[in-house]
Ligand binder design. Structure first.
Ligand code: CO8
Length: 258
């Protein structure tokens, strides 16, 4: 379908979704977020797609929720319409892996959206921040929760209380991003990572995503048991037999997602 705020490109097994509101630094309004949810849902349903890359422009992944859209809203408005709840769920319910390829600003909801993805590859010009404190609010989609689990309390407090931006290098040191690449190579590197994932058994990939995600939310003992049981369950798949036999026979595996 045609979108106005994002560009979607499916190339073989990888779906590349580009946020595209250049006039507003890709600020996240409801139209954009709903289109994003729809595109992710389509990618989830499309059997050809095995991994998703979410990106913005060289200047901005996304400079946050759209402040102009929010500025006149009251508590009653945002509470009764449950602002951003359905839009957040549309991203977090996707079972295929999503890589955020971040260049430029990833601020407020933009930083939180990147964190909702499975991992972040950052361009060397990326800047992460939770500057909501500058406009009289606070993070609302994971910037005081998921971010804290990723980078620890000291850095999360520093970012959210001072509103300062964190450069790519510091973000990698802090564990917010998995790797930093030259800005010109961002899409190439993120797509290559997605293609690598696409070569694996989709069942293993799905189980890994589920185990890591659940580990964020469960006590350690429960998470370990969930991980172990999923590991056991993969022995019921043809792909486990194929993967292990291929190793023993010194050949490449031919996974069939069964
Ligand atoms: N919302 C709306 N418009 C924006 C936003 C935004 N978040 N960010 C930038 N823009 C617009 C500017 O208004 C400007 O438009 P115009 O030319 O019409 O005035 C255009 O983008 C270009 O921006 P600047 O001229 O400001 O460009 P600079 O290069 O000088 O600065 C910055 C770039 C640093 C990114 C600056 O624009 C900025 O500080 N933006 C706001 C960052 C911010 O505060 N983000 C947090 C927003 S609140 C939030 O995200 C709450 C999250 C809760 C859940 C979210 C769910 C999605």
């Amino acid at each position: 379908m045609a979108y106005e705020n994002i560009i979607v490109d499916v190339d073989d097994s990888v779906c590349l979704i580009r946020l595209d509101r250049p006039e507003a630094m890709n600020a996240l309004n409801l139209d954009l977020l709903r289109e994003l949810g729809k595109a992710l849902g389509e990618a989830q349903k499309n059997d050809k797609v095995r991994a998703i890359v979410l990106t913005g422009s060289e200047k901005a992944f996304a400079a946050g929720a759209d402040i102009k859209m929010m500025s006149e809203k009251s508590f009653v408005d945002v509470y009764t319409e449950d602002l951003f709840t359905a839009e957040e769920r549309a991203v977090t319910q996707i079972r295929k892996p999503i890589i955020a390829a971040v260049a430029g600003y990833a601020l407020g909801g933009g930083c939180e959206l990147a964190i909702m993805c499975d991992f972040i590859i950052a361009a060397d010009n990326a800047k992460f921040g939770q500057p909501e404190v500058n406009i009289g609010v606070m993070p609302g989609m994971g910037g005081s929760t998921r971010l804290t689990r990723l980078v620890g309390r000291a850095k999360a407090m520093d970012m959210a209380l001072t509103g300062r931006f964190m450069e790519a290098e510091e973000a990698e040191r802090a564990g917010l991003v998995s790797r930093v690449v030259p800005a010109k190579k961002l899409i190439e590197e993120a797509t290559a990572a997605a293609r690598r994932i696409a070569e694996k058994s989709a069942i293993s990939v799905m189980a890994i995503k589920e185990a890591v995600r659940r580990a964020d939310e469960m006590p350690l003992a429960e998470a370990l048991l969930f991980e172990r049981r999923l590991f056991h369950a993969l022995f019921a798949t043809e792909d486990q037999k194929e993967g292990m036999c291929a190793f023993v026979e010194k050949r490449e595996p031919q996974f069939r997602d069964r």
